[in-house]
Design a protein around this ligand. Structure first.
Ligand SMILES: NC(=O)C1=CN([C@@H]2O[C@H](COP(=O)(O)OP(=O)(O)OC[C@H]3O[C@@H](n4cnc5c(N)ncnc54)[C@H](OP(=O)(O)O)[C@@H]3O)[C@@H](O)[C@H]2O)C=CC1
Ligand SMILES: CC[C@](O)(C(C)=O)C(=O)O
Ligand SMILES: [Mg+2]
Ligand SMILES: [Mg+2]
Length: 331
C-alpha cells in the first residue's frame, strides 16, 4: 500500500525561497498558480505570446511573462499545458531556458512515462497530480479544504525532490486531505484507465444510453434526463461520503434490490474484458500514440466528437433544464 502524507509531513519553506514558474493557466494551471501564490510562494505564470489568458492572470494579481522568460529565472518549473502540446512547447520554449539543477514538475505523467519529453540529466523531475479537476482544486482550497494529490519522483539529483513534490502538494491544498506516494508509471496508467473506462468515458456513455433507452420508449426527455444524468451526482455524493453501503442505506429497498439484480446485467463479464483491452492499450502505449497521431492530424477526431456530442439530445435537454432551475451549484 502507498505511503500517505499530510500537512505535518511537508516542509513548505522549501518552496518559499524559490522562484516558481507555472506554465499554463487553464484548468490546473490557474489553480496551482493561485493556490501557491495564496500560500506565500513566488509564482510567475508562463504563457505563450498573445495568450488569451494573459489579462486574467494580471486580474488575479499574479505575475505573468512569456514561457521563455518565466522558465529562464525559475528554480521550479511546473508544466500545466495540455498533454498533447507539452512535447513541442518543451522542446521549443522550455528546454533551452531551463536552469541547471532545476526542479521540473508535472501534473500528470504521460509525457515522461511514454518518453515524449526526455528531461536533462541534471534536472530533478517530479509530479504532483491532484486527483480532481483543476476548478475543484481552486474551489476546495478557497473553502479551506483541498483535493488529494499523488506525488512521484522520476529523477532526483538534488536529493530532496520528493520533499519539493510534497511542498507543492501542500501549497496547492492537497496535503489538507492527503498525499499518496506513487510512481510516474502507476499515476499515468491508472489515471488514463480511470478517466476512459469509468469516470468520463464510462459514466457519460452509461448516462447517454440510459437516456436514449427511456426517450426511445416514449418517455419525456426531461424526466429521462433527471433519472439518468441529474440524479447521478446525488447518488455519487453519497458514495463519496459513505461508500456503496452508505448510499444503499439511503435509497429505497426497491432501488437496492434492482441495483443487485440489474447492475451485473448491464456491466457484464464482456464489459470487464473490454476494460482489460483498454488497459492493455494504455500499457502498451497504443492509446498515447493514437492520441498524439490525432493531435498531429489537426485533432480531427477530437473536434468532430466535440461537435457531435454537443448536439446530442441529452446535452440539449440538460442545458435547457439547467437554465430553468437553480441547482445551487457555482458556475
Ligand atoms: N484538467 C484537469 O483537471 C487535470 C489535468 N491534469 C493534467 O494537467 C495538465 C494540464 O491540463 P489542463 O489543466 O487540463 O490543461 P488546459 O487545457 O486547461 O490548459 C490550458 C492552458 O494551456 C495553454 N496552452 C494550450 N495550448 C498551448 C500551446 N500550444 N502552447 C502553449 N500553451 C498552451 C493555454 O494557453 P492559452 O491561454 O494561450 O490558450 C492555457 O493557459 C495535463 O498534464 C493534464 O493531464 C491532471 C489532473 C487533472
Ligand atoms: C478524470 C479526468 C482527469 O484525469 C482528472 C480531472 O483527474 C483529467 O485528466 O482531467
Ligand atoms: Mg485524473
Ligand atoms: Mg487525467
Amino acid at each position: 500500500m502507498a505511503n500517505i502524507y499530510y500537512e505535518k509531513d511537508c516542509n513548505f519553506d522549501l518552496l518559499k525561497d524559490k522562484k516558481i514558474a507555472v506554465v499554463g493557466y487553464g484548468s490546473q494551471g490557474h489553480a496551482h498558480a493561485q493556490n501557491l501564490h495564496d500560500s506565500g510562494a513566488n509564482v510567475t505564470v508562463g504563457l505563450r505570446k498573445g495568450s488569451s489568458s494573459w489579462a486574467q492572470v494580471e486580474k488575479d494579481g499574479l505575475k505573468v511573462d512569456t514561457i521563455e522568460n518565466a522558465v529562464k529565472n525559475a528554480d521550479v518549473v511546473m508544466i500545466l499545458i495540455p498533454d498533447e502540446v507539452q512535447k513541442d512547447t518543451y522542446e521549443k520554449s522550455i528546454a533551452p531556458n531551463l536552469k541547471k539543477g532545476v526542479y521540473l514538475g508535472f501534473g500528470h505523467g504521460l509525457n515522461i512515462h511514454y518518453g515524449l519529453i526526455v528531461p536533462p540529466t541534471d534536472a530533478n523531475v517530479f509530479m504532483t497530480a491532484p486527483k480532481g479537476p483543476g476548478h475543484m482544486v481552486r474551489r476546495t482550497f478557497t473553502e479551506g479544504s483541498g483535493v488529494p494529490c499523488l506525488v512521484a519522483v522520476y529523477q532526483d539529483v538534488a536529493g530532496d525532490t520528493k520533499d519539493i513534490a510534497m511542498a507543492w502538494a501542500y501549497g496547492v491544498g492537497g496535503a489538507r486531505t492527503g498525499i499518496l506516494e506513487t510512481t510516474f508509471k502507476q499515476e499515468t496508467e491508472t489515471d488514463l484507465f480511470g478517466e476512459q473506462a469509468v469516470l468520463c468515458g464510462g459514466v457519460t456513455e452509461l448516462m447517454k444510453v440510459g437516456f436514449e433507452t427511456l426517450v426511445e420508449a416514449g418517455y419525456d426527455p426531461m424526466n429521462a434526463y433527471f433519472e439518468c444524468v441529474h440524479e447521478m451526482k446525488l447518488i455519487v455524493d453519497l458514495i463519496y461520503e459513505k461508500g456503496f453501503e452508505g448510499m444503499r442505506y439511503s435509497i429505497s429497498n426497491t432501488a437496492e434490490y434492482g441495483d443487485y439484480i440489474t447492475g451485473p446485467k448491464i456491466i457484464t463479464a464482456e464489459t470487464k474484458e473490454a476494460m482489460k483491452g483498454v488497459l492493455a492499450d494504455i500499457q502498451s502505449g497504443k492509446f498515447t500514440k493514437d492520441f498524439m497521431d490525432d493531435y498531429n492530424n489537426g485533432q480531427k477526431f477530437l473536434k468532430s466528437k466535440r461537435a457531435s456530442e454537443a448536439e446530442h439530445q441529452v446535452e440539449v435537454v440538460g442545458k435547457k433544464l439547467r437554465s430553468m432551475m437553480d441547482f445551487g451549484f457555482k458556475k
